[in-house]
Design a protein around this ligand. Structure first.
Ligand SMILES: [Zn+2]
Length: 160
């Protein structure tokens, strides 16, 4: 999903769960739960555009997501805890990034047989995460995210 959605849910978890260790772990888990819902994001159809365009959009998405999460939740949660929860909510996508940046391209679906250790490691992380990933096209894939966000906010804001 978009970093905006991940970061907001991470912040909401931090605000709701008093124990930082539990909250940070849940925030990390939320990433995989959210990505398993069919969605549209920066990675969708990336092979059809220039790599640098995807990169710029991904950075914008991340910066806006982190900024929004701070705007919404700062003052309601300790800043250190909030920061770690936001990082945890986004971390799986950051771990996937080296494969995209350094190795992947529109033609290449996987490392060559003689690829180096690092390339194979990056690919394995990317593949591991892709197992959770379900994609669908815009605009349906954006709507599923709005519904998911609403669901998480309702769930997390309900008393008890
Ligand atoms: Zn992801």
């Amino acid at each position: 999903m978009l970093a905006i959605a991940h970061a907001l849910v991470g912040g909401a978890i931090a605000k709701t769960i008093p124990d930082p260790a539990t909250g940070i772990l849940l925030s990390l888990t939320s990433h995989f739960i959210m990505d398993s819902i069919p969605h549209w994001d920066v990675g969708t159809n990336w092979r059809k555009r220039q790599k640098y365009v995807t990169g710029i959009v991904a950075i914008l998405d991340t910066v806006i997501g982190i900024t929004l999460a701070y705007l919404v939740f700062q003052g309601k949660v300790a800043t250190g805890y909030l920061s770690l929860a936001i990082i945890a909510s986004l971390l799986p996508d950051w771990l996937e990034t080296p494969w995209y940046i350094f190795f992947a391209n529109a033609q290449k679906q996987k490392p060559a047989a003689r690829a180096g250790f690092l390339e194979k490691l990056c690919f394995r992380i990317y593949k591991g995460e892709s197992a959770f990933h379900h994609k669908t096209e815009f605009p349906l894939g954006l709507m599923t995210q709005l519904v998911t966000l609403a669901f998480f906010f309702l769930l997390l804001s309900s008393p008890g």
